[in-house]
Design a protein around this ligand. Structure first.
Ligand SMILES: Nc1ncnc2c1ncn2[C@@H]1O[C@H](COP(=O)(O)OP(=O)(O)OP(=O)(O)O)[C@@H](O)[C@H]1O
Length: 363
């Protein structure tokens, strides 16, 4: 039987396994000239976690990552890695490594020599270097490519070499800044799965910056949604998707029907309609997949309205419906394509949802 939190066999060194791999405490960064990078960012990333920083351009993701890496000094606050303060410690002496969108592979070196570069610089014994190169290339699925040069590899393969190289020095935390941003969509999806597997198999903690919601939702164990230099919410993808606390998180992670109005007990008066909520509140979010639509829908959808079907959008596995209510409110519903009711644009339809599927938001 393992001690609490002590079931991680991947622990290296002498640090207690329950010490988180990375901690940011009240980090604030004001750039020279006064631009605000981040404000009051605090987060804790555990051993072997795949943790993402997600948010729109300029929200402070890269600033946060660069502060962790030691490439940027915080104006205030503290960075700890495996329990140790990183204050005053330069990037090359931190147990972290960085992978960027733009690869920095050495074009004149072979794949094996690229991966061996860091360990050689640190004077590792030859046998250990050879074993590391073998193991890391196996990890990223590039056994047999040792003697090739970067120019002889596809974009995805080059990115795998960059990951193998970044993992060669056994960093405590691998920091990845939009590493798949330059790849086309198909390759990107393939590489997302590959990266997730590499992270899992290596047991290394990954902190991953992306502005792509799907990427963060599909890859992360936990994630932080960032907005204007602050963290809006931290949680597992399912928690954040199902129970967003703010309008920003609800709308940034997937689509939603948002209602804002006057709260009267559990009823929200909004834009000429009244809807029942699971608890009192002024703002509520209802995901399209929770909205039923049909000529008639069941009694259990107590929030039930008649309207005009304005649009039916085929999305492959699902259909998206837009229903305009007489009050002008537009409801979006999404249903599996194989269960779609026989409806045409212009039809008078019912749309509605069970009050329990609404989420009341803070602001
Ligand atoms: N070197 C710098 N000097 C001044 N301001 C900066 C600097 N780097 C970033 N900023 C500002 O800090 C804020 C956060 O930038 P940051 O690059 O961290 O955002 P981001 O979320 O990574 O954005 P993107 O997805 O576009 O890379 C922005 O307002 C940006 O203009």
């Amino acid at each position: 039987m393992n001690a609490p939190g002590g079931n991680d066999t991947r622990t290296t060194g002498t640090t207690a396994p329950d010490v988180p791999d990375a901690e940011l405490r009240d980090i604030r960064k004001v750039y020279e000239g006064g631009a605000r990078g981040v404000e009051e960012v605090s987060l804790t990333v555990g051993r072997g976690e795949f943790f993402s920083l997600l948010g729109p351009s300029g929200c402070g993701k890269s600033t946060t990552l660069r502060i962790l890496a030691g490439l940027e000094r915080p104006t205030s606050g503290e960075v700890r890695i495996r329990g140790e303060s990183m204050r005053g410690r330069p990037a090359h002496r931190r147990p972290t490594n960085l992978v960027f969108q733009r690869l920095a592979l050495f074009p004149h070196l072979t794949v094996a020599d690229n991966v061996a570069f860091g360990p050689r610089l640190h004077g590792w014994p030859r046998k250990r270097i050879a074993e590391t190169v073998r193991a890391k290339l196996e990890l990223v699925g590039l056994t047999g490519y040792e003697k090739r040069h970067p120019a002889q590899l596809s974009g995805g393969q080059q990115q795998r070499v960059a990951i193998a190289r970044a993992l060669a020095g056994e960093p405590a935390v691998l920091l990845l800044d939009e590493p798949l941003g330059a790849l086309d969509l198909r390759l990107r999806v393939q590489m997302q799965q590959a990266l997730k597997r590499i992270q899992h198999d290596s047991g290394t903690t990954f902190i991953y910056v992306t502005h792509d919601q799907i990427e963060a939702l599909t890859m992360s164990d936990r994630m932080a949604v960032m907005n204007e230099g602050r963290i809006e919410q931290i949680g597992s993808p399912a928690e954040l998707y199902r129970s967003p606390r703010t309008t920003f998180t609800a709308t940034f992670l997937g689509d939603t029907n948002l209602f804002e109005g006057v709260s009267r007990g559990d009823v929200l008066e909004t834009d000429g309609i009244s809807i029942s909520l699971p608890r009192p509140g002024r703002i509520a979010s209802v995901r399209p997949e929770h909205v039923a639509v049909g000529a008639r829908i069941g009694e259990r959808f107590t929030n039930r309205f008649r309207g005009r079907l304005e649009d039916v959008i085929f999305q492959g596995a699902s259909l998206r419906y837009h229903v305009r209510l007489p009050s002008g409110v537009l409801l979006t519903a999404e249903r599996p394509a194989d269960t779609h009711p026989d409806l045409s644009i212009g039809d008078d339809v019912e749309a509605g949802w069970d009050p329990a599927s609404a989420v009341v938001l803070d602001h």
